[in-house]
Design a protein around this ligand. Structure first.
Ligand code: DMJ
Length: 553
């Protein structure tokens, strides 16, 4: 197996560290991290990686020649880097992160995304004048990967340049999951006040969106004036299930940290409205009127428009230390209805989740829906004994179907279908693109952590190689327009969720289970880790620091 000329084994042992020990002579120099070299004193103990020697040298050039080969043909490295080298896939996701960040910093720092072909920044109109979406989305990934210098660069930008006094149309949902989620997670990881105060300040600015007759927020808000309205494309002025249903985790933390119950009240009211309204066949349609509190259209989907609403039900329960039984019941009931009405098997035996339009099935799955393998596996852990295996099997089947959609170039299309003899393939040209989305590797990460079946690591490694081959361009990573060609054209966009989610999940897939353990952290829908018991940041708790790298990754 090779990538960029580097060879790797077809499988790894997560615990198989083959590093030996050696003692350095006086005056030798060893390498402190990917980013800097540090002098080693006499008799400094370092790891010697004989099997990793050649690989390490080649990888060294991949990170700008910062690794060192000393005479005597030993690769001498202290602490964490040998571990990264001996379990190479994490190192790859780490150096991909460094490459993505370095190019963003060089060409687009302060803009929302990097345009890696034209080497400039993109601002867009999703964040209402807020800037630096990639900085805030990347913060916790940089921290977790121990890319210290890069983390400090990002932190400095937040301290000095992140301006919240802006005017413009923002997506309540996107600002919440990327900015509020990213800031909260980084605060909990580091304990640094700047992240907390920015999260709270921004949270306050989102509150006017809830000023509607039902308290169901509208999708768009002007962060300056507080005016809010519904998306022009949303039928009859409706609000979107996945948008107003994906605020709960962050808003509970905002209340916890500020001591102000208003945030929690807003999301508990959403829960109340949803419990009151009748659900067709137990299903939750995607469009709800913020004025009447009734459904506007009967389109149900576990992909776009619906997806993270279901995710936040099970995660709200987990985040409450399993006390929020209302959320758990809503999740269990919703999943039962989804299984009864939407889960299907294709002629070729692939399990998929169809979409539902007023009772008629559309036999298609979006890439976005592929997060559901991980979600169902996470929920299965906490289902009764008799349901547990059933849901684990369902999760594995859906994840396998999503893997199938990646069959051609090892990257998958935006949507794939199961009709007229089609098996997990896009049938329309307009659905063949891949924009660096995380959902498939997200499910691999959960499935790996919950089953330890090595195939999930193997599948993740396929994605790493495919990203390198098809999406890496001179100045960053770009989405591609057609996943069925080996010479794709690029869309010139490095999405911020690539740094927040895709690379983080790939990294975690190859770490040991105690690195951001699923017992200690709940990931928001943008992969920003939040603690279940948010009394104080982890960094200030008297706790073994086993929740980030520290040799386990
Ligand atoms: C991310 O912003 C989040 O995962 C969201 O829930 C869905 N879409 C993107 C990534 O595809």
């Amino acid at each position: 197996r090779s990538i960029g000329g580097l060879s790797f084994p077809t499988s790894w042992s997560p615990r198989g560290r083959r590093a030996g020990r050696a003692v350095l002579g006086s005056g030798a120099v060893c390498v402190g991290s990917c980013a800097k070299t540090v002098p080693c004193g006499p008799r400094t103990k370092v790891n010697v990686l004989s099997p990793g020697l050649i690989m390490g040298w080649l990888l060294g050039s991949a990170v700008n020649g910062k690794l060192l080969l000393l005479p005597g043909k030993f690769l001498l490295l202290p602490s964490k880097l040998p571990v990264l080298l001996s379990t190479s896939p994490q190192f790859f996701s780490l150096q991909m992160m460094k490459f993505a960040w370095d190019n963003y910093k060089l060409y687009a720092l302060g803009k929302n995304e990097l345009r890696p072909l034209t080497k400039n920044g993109h601002i867009g109109n999703m964040f209402g004048g807020l800037r630096g979406a990639t900085v805030v989305d990347a913060l916790d990934t940089l921290y977790i990967m121990e890319l210290e210098e890069e983390f400090q660069e990002a932190k400095k930008w937040v301290e000095k340049s992140f301006d919240l006094n802006v005017n413009g149309e923002a997506s309540l949902f996107e600002v919440n999951i990327r900015y509020v989620g990213g800031l909260l997670a980084t605060y909990y990881l580091t304990g640094e006040e700047v992240f907390k105060s920015k999260a709270l300040e921004l949270g306050e600015k989102l509150l006017p969106a809830f000023n509607t007759p039902t308290g169901i927020p509208r999708g768009v808000i002007n962060l300056g004036s507080g005016m809010s309205w519904s998306w022009g494309w949303a039928s009859a002025g409706s609000s979107i299930l996945a948008e107003f249903g994906t605020l709960h985790l962050e808003f509970l933390h905002l209340s916890e940290l500020s001591g102000n119950p208003v945030f929690a009240e807003k999301v508990m009211n959403i829960r109340k409205v949803l419990n009151r309204v009748e659900k067709p066949q137990g299903l939750y349609p995607n469009f709800l009127s913020p004025v009447t509190g009734n459904w506007v259209q009967h389109h149900v989907s576990i992909g776009g428009l619906g997806d993270s609403f279901y995710e936040y039900l099970i995660k709200s329960w987990l985040m409450s230390d399993k006390k929020d039984s209302e959320a758990k019941k809503m999740y269990d009931d919703a999943l039962e209805a989804i299984e009864k009405h939407l889960v299907k098997k294709s002629a070729g035996g692939l399990t998929y989740i169809a979409e539902w339009r007023g009772g008629v099935l559309d036999h298609k799955m979006g890439h976005l829906a592929c997060f559901s393998g991980g979600m169902i596996a996470l929920g299965a852990e906490h289902a009764g004994e008799e349901r547990k295996q059933h849901y684990m099997d369902l999760a594995a089947e859906i994840t396998s179907t999503c893997h199938e959609s990646y069959a051609h170039t090892k990257l998958g299309p935006e949507a794939f279908r199961f009709d007229a003899g089609t098996e997990a393939m896009a049938t329309r040209l307009s659905e063949r693109y891949y924009i660096l989305r995380p959902e498939v590797v997200e499910s691999y990460m959960y499935m790996w952590r919950l089953t330890h079946d090595p195939k999930y690591r193997q599948w993740g490694w396929e994605v790493v190689k495919a990203l390198e081959k098809h999406c890496r361009v001179e100045a960053g990573f770009s989405g591609i327009r057609d996943v069925y060609t080996t010479t794709p054209t690029h869309d010139n966009m490095q999405q911020s969720f690539f740094l927040a989610e895709t690379l983080k999940y790939l990294y975690l897939l190859f770490c040991e289970d105690d690195v951001l353990s699923l017992d200690d952290w709940v990931f928001n829908t943008e992969a920003h880790p939040l603690p279940p018991d948010p009394k104080e940041p982890r960094a200030q708790q008297d706790k073994e620091p086993d929740y980030i790298g520290h040799g386990n990754c």
